[in-house]
Design a protein around this ligand. Structure first.
Ligand code: PRP
Length: 220
């Protein structure tokens, strides 16, 4: 299909944990990140004139929105955000890094509350993932309480019985006397693509994805 070679291919990257690894990956495959990983930079858009690629940093939860609306052709974001936002985008590649798990966690004595379909309170930064897990996979009625951070506080101050949250090293749980009670799903950084760009920019999108795949999985 027709593609304008002068057009910039635009890539949205979630700020924070995944941004550094993403910048390293792009440098390895020859995409200039124009100082994206410089400490303290407040710049939002970085341009690689050679390959006509624009990279921009966005709040992770906004990355699927930019991609769905075509403001970015491609997005790099965690599977947690993709599941929570349920945007109309293609998920095309698992980058492997940022590996962690979405889990139901709480004090060990609350494990029992997950066994009997009883109504419980669940705090999470991911209300849609939590609702889907309890309603569709466990058939358990729950009150979901949306929090924005430090979710581990919720069971400690009796705001909720359990939480649905990301567990990476497990140290936040351990330091607060909480445990993984059930695993919801594994997570990692993924590449998403706008549905129109997948066709209109097919050659450039595929070339970039192939380079990323080869770099990530070259030892396998
Ligand atoms: C995330 C997550 C857990 C923690 C898990 O929080 O929500 O709290 O990391 O990591 P660990 O298993 O290695 O301890 P984040 O640091 O993003 O901040 P937040 O609590 O403010 O959301």
């Amino acid at each position: 299909m027709f593609s304008d070679d002068n057009r910039y291919l635009t890539i949205a990257i979630g700020k924070g944990r995944l941004a550094q690894k993403t910048a390293e990956l792009f440098e390895k495959i020859g995409v200039g990140t124009g100082g994206m990983s410089e400490k303290g930079t407040r710049k939002l858009i970085f341009t690689d004139e050679k390959d006509r690629i624009k990279l921009f940093l966005a709040k992770p939860s906004d990355v699927p929105t930019f991609v769905e609306y075509g403001a970015a052709d491609i997005g790099i974001v965690g599977k947690d955000t993709i599941l929570e936002e349920s945007r109309q985008v293609y998920e095309v590649l698992d980058l492997g890094f940022g590996a962690c798990r979405m889990c139901v966690c709480g004090p060990p004595e609350n494990a029992e509350l997950l066994k009997h379909h009883q109504q419980i309170r669940v705090a999470s930064k991911y209300p849609n993932i939590a609702r889907d897990y309890f309603h569709n996979r466990k058939d358990q009625t729950v009150d979901i309480i949306k929090l924005s951070g430090s979710v581990e506080l919720a069971p400690l101050v009796e705001l909720a019985d359990v939480i649905v949250d990301i567990v990476e090293t497990g140290s936040t749980l351990k330091e607060n006397g909480l445990q993984v009670l059930e695993e919801v799903c594994p997570l990692s950084a993924r590449v998403i693509v706008n549905r129109v760009s997948m066709h209109m920019e097919s050659a450039r999108v595929r070339e970039l994805i192939t380079k990323m795949r080869k770099e990530i999985y070259r030892d396998e």
